[in-house]
Design a protein around this ligand. Sequence first.
Ligand SMILES: Cc1cc2nc3c(=O)[nH]c(=O)nc-3n(C[C@H](O)[C@H](O)[C@H](O)COP(=O)(O)OP(=O)(O)OC[C@H]3O[C@@H](n4cnc5c(N)ncnc54)[C@H](O)[C@@H]3O)c2cc1C
Ligand SMILES: *[C@@H]1O[C@H](CO)[C@@H](O)[C@H](O)[C@H]1NC(C)=O
Ligand SMILES: *[C@@H]1O[C@H](CO)[C@@H](O)[C@H](O)[C@H]1NC(C)=O
Ligand SMILES: *[C@@H]1O[C@H](CO)[C@@H](O)[C@H](O)[C@H]1NC(C)=O
Ligand SMILES: *[C@@H]1O[C@H](CO)[C@@H](O)[C@H](O)[C@H]1NC(C)=O
Length: 597
Amino acid sequence: MEYSFGFMFVGFLLVTGSASPIEHDYCVIGAGPAGLQIGYFLHKAHRNYVILEKSSSAGSFYTKYPIHRKLISINKIYTGRDNKEYNLRHDWNSLLSDDDRMLFKQFSRQMFPPADVMVTYLDSYARHFNLTIRYNTEISDIHSLHGNASTKIGMKDQNGNNYLCRVAIVATGIWKPRIPDIPGHELMDGYEDLSLNASDYEGKSVMILGRGNSAFETATAIYDKTNFVHMVGRHRLRFAWETHYVGDLRAVNNELLDTYQLKSLDGLLEYDINDYKVVRQGGHLYLRENPPPGSQWEEYDNDPLLTPYDKIIRCLGFQFDSSIFRKVSDVASRPSQKYPFIDYDYRSPVVDGLYFTGTIAHSLDYRQSAGGFIHGFRYSARVLSKILNWRYHQERWPSEILPLSNLTTAIIRRVNEASGLYQMFAYLGDIILLSKDGLCEYIEEYPVKLIHRFSEVTGIDTQNKQVLVVLLQYGEGFHGPEEDVFRVDRAATDPEYADYSNFLHPVVHYFQEIPKEQNIRRKKWSHPLPPADKIHHVLEDFSANWDRPLTHVKPLDVFLRRTLKDLYNIKCASTTNMFSQYSISSKSLDSQHCIAT
Ligand SMILES: Cc1cc2nc3c(=O)[nH]c(=O)nc-3n(C[C@H](O)[C@H](O)[C@H](O)COP(=O)(O)OP(=O)(O)OC[C@H]3O[C@@H](n4cnc5c(N)ncnc54)[C@H](O)[C@@H]3O)c2cc1C
Ligand SMILES: *[C@@H]1O[C@H](CO)[C@@H](O)[C@H](O)[C@H]1NC(C)=O
Ligand SMILES: *[C@@H]1O[C@H](CO)[C@@H](O)[C@H](O)[C@H]1NC(C)=O
Ligand SMILES: *[C@@H]1O[C@H](CO)[C@@H](O)[C@H](O)[C@H]1NC(C)=O
Ligand SMILES: *[C@@H]1O[C@H](CO)[C@@H](O)[C@H](O)[C@H]1NC(C)=O
């Protein structure tokens, strides 16, 4: 009796009350830069979409972070050029759009702008493009609903409204502080609620846990007031200039290195914090070894960590909040995972119709490219929009058909101009499909880790086609902590030795046919692609202009003519084998033999 009553009550609510679900084809969760960027593309494509945002304005992350209010993304106003696409190579803050009024330089002229300007910018962007955003809507209980024909995604907000979405795109960012699970962790101050009051640090002895930009940003903000700052981390310092990874320590934050090495009391230490506990004794904080029961650790009386501290500040980064899902196991194997499960097409491998975008999807190029930052994920969001267009609306990826005679010029133009290839280096590549009739189909900015699923992802046929993949890459021995990136012999200057290029440069990979699943398994971890049939390096260039007729264009042209000689319908002299199968240089190759007649 009671059961059937309850059931009828629910049924009643479903048809008449507020519990009847709000339905959309696309539900984007989060109106940070990533949610706005995918929203822009959905809006432009006239999709039925909504962006659901828990706070009352867009870009709320930046109302608080970074705590000391200076962005570390470059806002370089002048490049000497007026090519809009090229200029995005040096503008790390703008979202993509077709309206110049929505470029970040219209909002700030500072190289490293204040974070408040980002909030203003994101809000203006959302308004300008009339993006459909429901503010003050905090989403939870995301789950999969299996219907007869299709699966949908259900979720609810804090007011009990239900949403039903064909596709859900999670853009909730990474904002949950990572707190080490050690005794006494509650005695530390967290980066997320640091005092900005200078007098709280005057004459204080401070330890900062962490090695990233937030740790160093904090050190820079307080080191002129403290007795000293000790910074503790597990690894050797990783400079962005050595690793070419913008998430590593940036020069704009590194002042404390001087006061360490010029003996002004600050210093860096390498310890694994998980072996310690925090204790308070006599008004001071100490880190004490916390040996597992039974083990005997020797303590030396010169251990730097015996220092008494007034404050211990943790700046250990952030993680994804998986609690917005009904089942954590849908998105992570444990709640403390930094990133959710995700495939290279930004899709959940577990829940049908669930996608991720923004900094949350950075696991795909973590410590490699720029996908965790605005200047990287604005391109990933555009890629995602193209993936969705084909998968759900049968709209193929855009492509351009070129005659073979225009191929060299087209590649040279793209490598000198395209911003997506430049920011998402070694990750997004231009794909060129070559058919027997000598026509080239040119597809821009494809995530090359999905090369073996090209047709499925783009809707473009690859049968009987040879393939070129154009990427920008750094040289292999020029990448990583402890690399001397300033050594005097760092640059290759002779086109014959283009494959020794160290700095970012174009690399053209040739495949007789599109790589298959089994080829992908032969891919080396550090390589963006499986082994190619031929590779051509375009010589590195001091100003990253790869357009010199003799050093850049001609060697590329010769490579293409030799590699695709059946298409160019020419006979190349079979030159000596003193060249590797890889780079082919212009100087030593008698290029006359390779010019079409
Ligand atoms: C300290 C720090 C400094 C940084 N500085 C820079 C920088 O200078 N430049 C740069 O490019 N990158 C910077 N980053 C990286 C930065 O995280 C990203 O650029 C950016 O904020 C990520 O954008 P996003 O849209 O993916 O996520 P967010 O900007 O975090 O946006 C997520 C949005 O989702 C909303 N949301 C969350 N949960 C819910 C929910 N359950 N329901 C509804 N809405 C929800 C949030 O309110 C928020 O508006 C920094 C990161 C950190 C940690
Ligand atoms: C946004 O909407 C306003 C009012 O409807 C309209 O005037 C404006 O052109 C729209 N902007 C864009 C970029 O579509
Ligand atoms: C499933 O299919 C049946 C028969 O076609 C239909 O009556 C029912 O409403 C469908 N259920 C859902 C949830 O779509
Ligand atoms: C800063 O802190 C000092 C003491 O720690 C206090 O007297 C002062 O009022 C604080 N200033 C602000 C602006 O909160
Ligand atoms: C090919 O190149 C020629 C000469 O530069 C140019 O005029 C033509 O527009 C190009 N064709 C295409 C399809 O790009």
